[in-house]
Design a protein around this ligand. Structure first.
Ligand SMILES: Cc1cc2nc3c(=O)[nH]c(=O)nc-3n(C[C@H](O)[C@H](O)[C@H](O)COP(=O)(O)OP(=O)(O)OC[C@H]3O[C@@H](n4cnc5c(N)ncnc54)[C@H](O)[C@@H]3O)c2cc1C
Length: 475
């Protein structure tokens, strides 16, 4: 029997997984990658260490907490149930990658890395497994056209035209990623393929990224890292630039490229996250900021006003903090305000808080009154900044939006629009939190798509026609 031919577009995390599973399932697999090498983004994951899944996913109820969608979150649940945390650990163990479990103070779950602490070892393991099953990799392959032809009621022919060659297959898996970190190859060009096949696209906004704030003081606190609770506030602006008409105009603009319109019902009024914030010269960064950035991205896109409030002293209430500051004012009464926060708060933040409270550093600590400690406490507990933009795709780790998740079968990853067309990875409208959830998504969707694309017998509705039409000629 002729082997089923499967073409995979995109040699990233999901494409490599799909290649391994399709080849292990007996298919003749070719991966077409437009950059000069495969797995570039994978190499940069987890700061080069690759946080490839998270133990939180042992609990099914965690799926809705850590994955998000503009079109259909139920899809993520079904996919992760079909190929989840345990399947990922076993798969990687099978190809030689032993897990290392890391815990962080702000999270009860274990973040899973390869024991080698090298993302390159994950890429190598996938590549070697693919090589062992004779997967062909064609890099620097610039594809300009993809076509689907129904060769019978239940068989397909895909023709993929690239600059230097034309490729044919029985099944096609599109794994071209989102728009985050375009230098690694996922530049959004892959969205053209599902659009050409008539799929609906949602959003396409940066997520897991820093946020830009206009306040002039950021250059003075640049480089500071501080453990905070970060709260994002979303509200209507009343700004004339963002009237209902301009929003509708934006909608029409975006539907021109067939992107679904994002509405207010995708947003709550507040979002919260805890962890180490990094202050940059343009705004705020760090894991807790990344975790809420998708909501800022969506809100700004639809013309909402966004503000972030940082609790710089999350361990105590505002009243307790004011008491502590008042005690310090008695204890350190012989000092100047310049040293009032010494040993309690970072120097750069101390200077800024004093200035926001209109207190001069050369003044004596003894001059502080209860109303001053109340004011300092309020500033520290509600350090408020305006969010005017995200830092964009260049600094993002993920994408909000993608192919409408209602148009894909979660049991097979096959398109509901075109038969024998499959999707995997970040180009589907599901985005995960920081912590290994996005790579888990790439493995889950890649494995399911690869397994099913390789399966000759999946057309259960027409087994006889299928046998006659495809296999007879190829025997
Ligand atoms: C800096 C950084 C760190 C991250 N760290 C983590 C982490 O530790 N844990 C985690 O879970 N997630 C992490 N992520 C997110 C994770 O890397 C992605 O979600 C994941 O790689 C997506 O897999 P994918 O296969 O969908 O896309 P990608 O891995 O982006 O692969 C897509 C591939 O398709 C190719 N391609 C694109 N367009 C075309 C085209 N038109 N023709 C041919 N080929 C094309 C690209 O060149 C690329 O090779 C990180 C992301 C970044 C940017």
């Amino acid at each position: 029997m002729r082997k089923k031919k499967v073409i995979i577009i995109g040699g990233g995390a999901s494409g490599l997984t799909a290649a391994v599973f399709a080849a292990e399932g007996g298919a003749d697999v070719t991966v077409l990658e437009h950059t000069a090498s495969i797995g570039k983004k994978l190499l940069s994951t987890g700061n080069g260490r690759c946080n490839y899944t998270n133990s939180e996913l042992k609990d099914k109820s965690a799926i809705r907490r850590h994955y998000h969608s503009l079109s259909n979150i139920g899809f993520a649940e079904k996919v992760i149930e079909n190929f989840g945390y345990e399947d990922t650990l076993s798969f990687f163990k099978r190809i030689g990658v032993e897990p290392k479990f890391r815990k962080y103070s702000y999270d009860d779950s274990s973040y899973v890395y390869p024991a080698s602490d090298q993302a390159s070892s994950v890429l190598r393991a996938l590549k070697q497994q693919a090589d062992a099953h004779n997967v062909r990799f064609i890099t620097s392959c610039n594809i300009y056209n993809v076509a689907h032809i129904n060769t019978s009621p239940c068989t397909s022919l895909f023709v993929v035209d690239a600059e230097n060659a034309s490729y044919r297959s029985d099944a096609l898996i599109v794994c071209t990623g989102g728009g985050a970190a375009p230098k690694t190859g996922s530049d959004g060009s892959g969205f053209n393929f599902p659009c050409a096949f008539g799929h609906t696209m949602w959003g396409f906004l940066p997520s897991l990224c820093p946020l830009k704030c206009p306040e002039h003081f950021f250059k003075d606190i640049k480089g500071v890292r501080h453990e905070c609770n970060v709260k994002l506030f979303i509200s209507s602006t009343g700004d004339s630039e963002h009237t209902e008409e301009t929003r509708l105009a934006k909608h029409n603009e975006s539907t021109a490229d067939n992107f679904g319109f994002i509405t207010d019902d995708k947003l709550e009024d507040t979002y919260e996250s805890f962890g180490e914030v990094q202050f940059t010269d343009y705004g705020i960064s760090g894991i807790p900021v990344f975790q809420i950035s998708r909501y800022a991205s969506i809100a700004l896109k639809i013309g909402k006003a966004v503000r972030a409030e940082l609790d710089l002293m999350p361990g105590m209430s505002e009243a307790e903090l004011s008491d502590l500051l008042y005690e310090r004012s008695l204890l350190l009464s012989d000092r100047t305000l310049e040293y009032f926060f010494n040993g309690l708060l970072n120097d750069k933040l101390s200077k800024l808080i004093l200035s926001l409270a209109s207190l001069k550093p050369f003044m004596g600590v003894y001059t502080l009154e209860r109303k001053d400690t109340d004011k300092l406490s309020r500033l520290l507990k509600h350090f408020s900044v305006t969010v005017e933009d995200t830092a964009g795709f260049d600094s993002a780790q993920c994408t909000v939006g993608g192919i409408d998740a209602g148009e894909i079968d979660p049991d097979t990853m096959e398109s509901e629009v075109i038969s024998d067309l499959y999707f995997a990875g970040e180009l589907i409208d599901i985005d995960g939190d920081c912590g290994g959830y996005n790579l888990q998504w790439a493995w889950s969707t890649g494995a399911i798509a690869g397994k099913n694309a390789a399966d000759y017998h999946k057309k259960k509705a027409y087994p006889e026609i299928f046998e006659n039409n495809v296999m007879k000629d190829e025997k």
